[in-house]
Design a protein around this ligand. Structure first.
Ligand SMILES: [Ca+2]
Length: 334
């Protein structure tokens, strides 16, 4: 029995009695779902709630938006709630604007987090790899290792218990719950995404022009997310850049009675998901190798040195060959 099969069987054993023990008090599919606004975990204009949040790196708060990164190279910024979510089920609605001068080259996107730790820094849209919890990725740059079955920008979700790692070169497609294409870059106004975690199911809806018309992005069942995790948002730019602006972040708790036994509480303390997207072999295509090479300053420098040394060597050989030929010609005249 492989590791994934074991985790699926384990989750089935755990989830089945949980569903039997719970009493539903709100229907998540209905518009009248009972939710309670969590003021201490939300961010709205003119963003005077900063006392409940911490920022790092390039993040800048104005009265109109929270800019995680400006449209400049090599920026990294994040914002994290100081308080945790105290209810097991919740809904988060984020409105944002990703925009910049780049017409064909821009990146890399931003992420929304529900994690055990906060203020983490690293390579996954500015956050550390091996996070514990949920990461929602709003990826604008296709790193494209192997064939994608989707276009970018791409919205996807991933749950990790700390050991599952996000693979940036494959845009996380090997570990994602699921995802959808959403052309959210350079919009006229705000763009909205709603993430609902209810009865161990993650449901993500998108609203491209923030008109109130939600479109299903994906739904993933059998997701265990512990309570008392932090919300956060982070973004990163490399050689390519964009403004990554958050214009609002609203969190609601969804009432649900759950009869926790002590052993259940322990089992629900580890974030995990029953299924991932269909695994596929990672293939390093020529295009991706080329693009990834030129996205790394060190690799770009080394390639430049090799090219220059090669060119000098070729010129030297050509010069010696030319000189030798001229000398032979001169000898023939004498
Ligand atoms: Ca990417």
């Amino acid at each position: 029995m492989n590791r994934r099969c074991m985790s699926v069987c384990f989750a089935l054993l755990v989830l089945y009695p949980l569903h039997l023990s719970g009493v539903v008090t709100a229907d998540p599919s209905a518009d009248d779902t009972k939710t309670f606004y969590e003021d201490g975990l939300s961010l709205t204009k003119p963003f005077q709630q900063e006392f409940a949040w911490d920022i790092s790196g390039s993040t800048m708060i104005t009265d109109k938006y929270i800019r995680l990164t400006p449209d400049q190279k090599s920026q990294q910024g994040s914002i994290w709630s100081k308080h945790t979510m105290r209810q097991p089920y919740w809904e988060a609605i984020v409105t944002f604007r990703v925009h910049g001068k780049g017409k064909t080259l821009f990146g890399d996107g931003f992420a929304l987090w529900y994690t055990q730790e906060r203020m983490m820094q690293g390579p996954v849209f500015g956050c550390k790899n091996g996070f514990k919890g949920l990461g929602m990725f709003f990826d604008t740059y296709s790193n494209h290792q192997g064939e994608h079955n989707h276009a970018h920008p791409f919205v996807s979700g991933m749950v990790s218990n700390g050991s599952l790692l996000y693979d940036h070169d494959s845009d996380g497609t090997h570990t994602q719950l699921d995802g959808c294409h959403m052309p959210f870059r350079n919009p006229d106004g705000d763009t909205a995404v709603r993430i609902r975690y209810f009865k161990d199911t993650i449901t993500v809806h998108t609203d491209l022009d923030n008109s109130g018309q939600w479109k299903l992005c994906f739904e993933s069942e059998g997701v265990i997310l512990p309570v008392h995790y932090y919300f956060g948002m982070s973004a990163v730019t490399g050689d390519l850049s964009d403004n990554h602006d958050i214009t609002s972040f609203k969190v609601f708790s969804i009432p649900y009675e759950m009869s926790f036994k002590p052993e259940m509480a322990m089992l629900r303390s580890i974030p995990r998901a029953m299924k991932f997207d269909t695994p596929r072999k990672r293939v390093d295509s020529k295009d991706s190798l080329l693009s990834s090479t030129f996205r790394s300053p060190i690799k770009t420098f080394l390639v430049s040195v090799v090219v220059i040394v090669g060119a000098v060597f070729a010129i030297a050989v050509a010069y010696l060959f030319y000189k030798d030929r001229e000398e032979k010609k001169m000898k023939r005249f004498y």
